[in-house]
Design a protein around this ligand. Structure first.
Ligand code: NAD
Ligand code: AKB
Length: 314
């Protein structure tokens, strides 16, 4: 039987690109994109779905005979801090619905992204190991630590094949980020191609782990295609691409756009960034299913600017 995939939260920064990639891999008719809001420019089935509505989710899984769910709906770090209880409710209740419906209807595989936000000040900040102290400082991070553990529980207790990656900040040209602390690293390219000065909400010397979208999508597909007996981490895998600070991404852009100007005006997101690691040890992902990133900062900058110039008609 051919797989049929359902994405929850498909209209966001990652879902927009992942939907396309999955449609290429599995065929457009076999990938159902869902979100709270209507999805545009789709070449396959779409549905409006509130992930808090478990019955509606169950009905869609039945209707399309879904064999894999990619659960992307979440409230990210910065937005979550503005309304912690709301963020907790959405992040946890949507996950429980996905896990329960998958268990009840014997969905073969579930993908649930976690984040570097699971780490807090107590974790070692350089090359943070897979198994670290997890005391996050944001409600988003707390929900991801809990979510990873629920994923592990459903695997161990019910045999549900849930797989997960701790994404770093994801950077891409196809879609805009949705309320995170790493969003500056996407915004900055949009300002650069429009020849506008950029005001960064983090200090110039704030290093964070980041990953270019093509690497993030490839990592996700590779993890999900790996034989189940190779997936030794059932909470969530550390995943790394590159590390840079706002000063370094500015310098990388200035190699291509020499007049580009950036000022630094830290806001509440500085404290979140300061609580996250600077770099990540992803040796477990490399060992278990062969993970290897392709893009470094300058290669990403050239690709981002090339595609954004086309988007802005330059
Ligand atoms: P996003 O905020 O861009 O998109 C989330 C999508 O979920 C939106 O389209 C939104 O409409 C939808 N959504 C929100 N509430 C919903 C609900 N109740 N029902 C259905 N849909 C709902 O997020 P993203 O950046 O695409 O992230 C996707 C996943 O990856 C999230 O779990 C996030 O925590 C994780 N992640 C993202 C990054 C990153 O840098 N983008 C890094 C680490 C982890
Ligand atoms: C955020 O900044 O909240 C996300 C993430 C790293 O999880 N981009």
């Amino acid at each position: 039987m051919k797989d049929t995939i359902l994405l929850v939260g498909a209209g966001g920064q990652i879902g927009t690109v992942l939907t396309e990639a999955l449609r290429k891999a599995f065929g457009s008719d076999h990938v159902v994109a869902t979100d709270l809001r209507p999805l545009e420019n789709q070449n396959g089935p779409t549905e409006i779905l509130d992930a808090l509505d478990g019955q509606a989710l169950a009905a869609l899984v039945k209707k399309y005979k879904v064999t894999q769910i990619y659960h992307l709906a979440a409230i990210l770090s910065a937005t979550g801090e503005k309304n912690p209880m709301w963020a907790w409710d959405i992040n946890m209740r949507s996950l429980f619905n996905v896990l329960e419906v998958s268990r009840e209807q014997q969905v073969a595989k579930v993908y649930y992204p976690s984040s570097i936000a699971v780490f807090g000040l107590e974790a070692s900040p350089a090359m943070t190991p897979q198994y670290s102290v997890l005391i996050p400082g944001t409600v988003y991070g707390i929900s991801k630590v809990a979510g990873e553990n629920w994923a592990n529980y459903y695997f161990k207790r019910y045999g549900l094949d849930v797989r997960s990656l701790r994404y770093p900040g994801i950077i891409g040209y196809e879609s805009m980020p949705g309320g995170g602390t790493t969003d500056y690293a996407v915004d900055i390219y949009h300002y650069a191609v429009q020849n506008k000065p950029y005001e960064c909400f983090l200090r110039a010397d704030t290093p964070l782990p980041m990953l270019y979208m093509p690497d993030a999508i490839r990592a996700t597909l590779e993890l999900m295609e790996a034989p189940a007996n190779q997936i030794m981490v059932r909470t969530s895998y550390n995943l790394a691409g590159m590390t840079f600070n706002p000063g370094e991404i500015t310098a990388s852009i200035q190699k291509e756009v020499p007049d580009f100007k950036v000022s630094y005006v830290p806001d509440f997101r500085q404290a979140i960034a300061d609580s996250w690691p600077a770099s990540i040890d992803d040796s477990a992902a490399r060992r278990d299913w062969g993970w290897k990133p392709e893009y470094d900062l300058d290669a990403m900058t050239r690709d981002m600017l090339f595609h954004l110039r086309k988007q802005y008609g330059m």
